[in-house]
Design a protein around this ligand. Structure first.
Ligand code: FAD
Length: 382
C-alpha cells in the first residue's frame, strides 16, 4: 500500500450482522476495504457472538455514531465526558472480597500462526461501573478453588488495561486486556503439561462472549499518563503484553478527540517481540505513524528475525542503544520513560543505559535517582 493511498484512506467502521463483537475497524483505500493486515485476527473475530440483544442494540448504535464521527473528523468523539474529571484516578473500587461481576464481550487471538505462544485481546463489559484511567490494571479472580487454600477462591491476578478510559467502543463501558496464555512445558520431555498451565490466563483466553468474570480494582498509579504538559515526550518501552498500557495511551493521544487534552508532544514506542507474527496492535500503531509522523515514532525489535550490531538477537535494549543519544537528550529535557513487560527485560535495559551513560561521562546511578525524583521514570514489570 503506497503512502498516498493511506493518507487518502477514510477510517470507517462497519457492522457485520447486528452484533457488536462482529464490528471491525476497516480502512478503505483504492476502492477496497481491508479489515486489517492480519487475516487471522479478523477471521477469528468473526466467530465470536455477543450474548444479549440488549448488547447488540447498544453497540450497533455506537457503530453508527462512530462512523459519522470518523467521517467528519480524524479523531473519534468520546463520551461520557465526566470521565475527564481531573481530580484523582479511581482506585480499588472493588476488592477481592467484594469483586465486580463483569461480562466478557469478545476474545480475539491477536498474534499470527508463527508467533510462539498465544496472546488474546479481551474486551470486558463493566457497564460503566468500573472506571479506570490509562495505565491502570484490573485484578481478575479466576473461577475455582485455590489449591493452596482449599475452600477459598483463587488469588487475584493483575492485568494492565489496554484500552483508554472510554474503552474500545468509546462509551466508557468496557475495558480491554491483552493476555498471554501461560503454558507449561516439561523441561525434560519438552511436552506441554496442562495441569501446570497458568490458571487465570487460560481462563481468560478460553472465555466466551457473555461469560461472567470477577474483577477487582482498578489499581496502580505508577503508569498513569502525566497530562499536565500536552507537549511532553513519552518514551514507552515494552516487551510482549507490556505494550498493553501504551495501546491505551496511544489511543488517547492519537485516536480519541479528548476535550481537554490535545497532544502536541512526542510519543516514542519501542516494542520487543519474537517475530513479525508476534507484533501486537501493529495496525493501530502503523496508522498513527502515517497520520502523526511528527508526534509518533515506533521502533520494533524482533528477536528471532533480526540481528543486533554484534550479530546476536535483536532485543529491545539494542534498539535503545541505537538511539541512546537522542533518548538521553530527551530525558535531560524532561521526557518521561516507561517500562512494561516481563521482569527479565529490566536487567538488560539497565545495563545498556548504564553503559551508554558511562560512555557519555555521566553517572547512571545519579541520573537514575534524578529521573526518579523528577517522576520521569515509570516501571511496571511482572
Ligand atoms: P499461574 O496459575 O499463576 O501460574 C504462574 C506460572 O506458573 C505459569 O507460567 C504456570 O504455567 C506455572 N506453573 C503452574 N503450576 C506449576 C507447577 N506445578 N510447576 C511449575 N510451574 C507451574 N499478564 C498478561 O498476560 N498481560 C498483562 O497485561 C499483564 N499485566 C500485568 C500487570 C501487573 C501489574 C502484574 C503484576 C502482572 C501482569 N500480568 C500480565 C501477569 C498476570 O498477572 C499473571 O501473572 C499471568 O497471566 C499468569 O497468571 P496465571 O494465573 O495464568 O498463571
Amino acid at each position: 500500500m503506497s503512502h498516498s493511498a493511506v493518507s487518502q484512506a477514510a477510517a470507517v467502521s462497519v457492522s457485520i450482522g447486528n452484533e457488536r463483537s462482529l464490528t471491525r475497524y476497516v480502512f478503505k483505500h483504492n476502492n477496497s476495504i481491508s479489515f486489517n493486515t492480519k487475516p487471522w485476527s479478523s477471521s477469528l473475530a468473526l466467530t465470536q457472538k455477543t450474548s444479549t440483544i440488549r448488547d447488540a442494540k447498544r453497540y450497533s448504535n455506537t457503530t453508527i455514531c462512530m462512523s459519522v464521527q470518523q467521517a467528519s473528523s480524524s479523531k473519534v468523539n468520546v463520551s461520557p465526558i465526566e470521565l475527564e474529571d481531573p481530580t484523582d484516578p479511581p482506585l480499588n473500587l472493588y476488592k477481592p472480597k467484594d469483586s465486580y461481576t463483569a461480562k466478557i464481550v469478545s476474545v480475539e487471538r491477536v498474534v499470527g500462526p508463527k508467533a510462539p505462544g498465544e496472546t488474546c485481546h479481551i474486551v470486558i463489559d463493566h457497564d460503566g461501573n468500573l472506571p479506570y484511567w490509562e495505565g491502570q490494571s484490573y485484578g481478575v479472580i479466576p473461577p475455582g478453588e485455590n489449591p493452596k487454600k482449599p475452600g477459598a477462591p483463587h488469588n487475584v491476578r493483575l492485568y494492565s488495561i489496554a484500552s483508554t478510559r472510554y474503552g474500545d467502543f468509546f462509551d466508557g463501558k468496557t475495558a480491554s486486556l491483552c493476555v498471554r496464555r501461560a503454558v507449561y512445558y516439561d523441561p525434560e520431555t519438552g511436552k506441554e503439561d496442562p495441569s501446570k498451565n497458568g490458571v487465570c490466563s487460560n481462563f481468560l483466553c478460553d472465555s466466551k462472549p457473555g461469560d461472567k468474570i470477577q474483577i477487582t480494582g482498578p489499581s496502580g498509579k505508577v503508569m498513569l499518563l502525566p497530562e499536565n504538559d500536552p507537549n511532553a515526550t513519552h518514551i514507552m518501552i515494552a516487551t510482549g503484553t507490556g505494550v498493553a498500557p501504551y495501546r491505551g495511551y496511544l489511543r488517547r493521544l492519537f485516536m480519541e478527540n479528548v476535550p481537554n487534552y490535545k497532544f502536541g508532544g512526542l510519543a516514542w514506542l519501542f516494542l520487543g517481540v519474537a517475530n513479525t507474527d508476534s507484533l501486537l496492535y501493529d495496525d493501530e500503531f502503523s496508522k498513527y505513524l502515517k497520520d502523526h509522523p511528527d508526534n509518533f515514532r515506533f521502533d520494533k525489535a524482533l528477536s528471532r528475525e533480526e540481528k543486533n550490531k554484534k550479530g546476536g538477537k535483536m532485543y529491545v535494549q539494542d534498539k535503545i542503544e541505537e538511539y541512546s543519544d537522542e533518548i538521553f537528550k530527551l530525558l535531560d529535557n524532561g521526557a518521561h520513560i516507561y517500562f512494561c513487560g516481563l521482569k527479565g527485560m529490566m536487567p538488560g535495559i539497565q545495563d545498556t543505559l548504564k553503559r551508554v551513560a558511562e560512555e557519555r561521562g555521566e553517572s547512571w546511578d545519579a541520573k537514575l535517582s534524578q529521573l526518579r525524583k523528577n517522576k520521569q521514570w515509570h516501571v511496571e514489570v511482572y
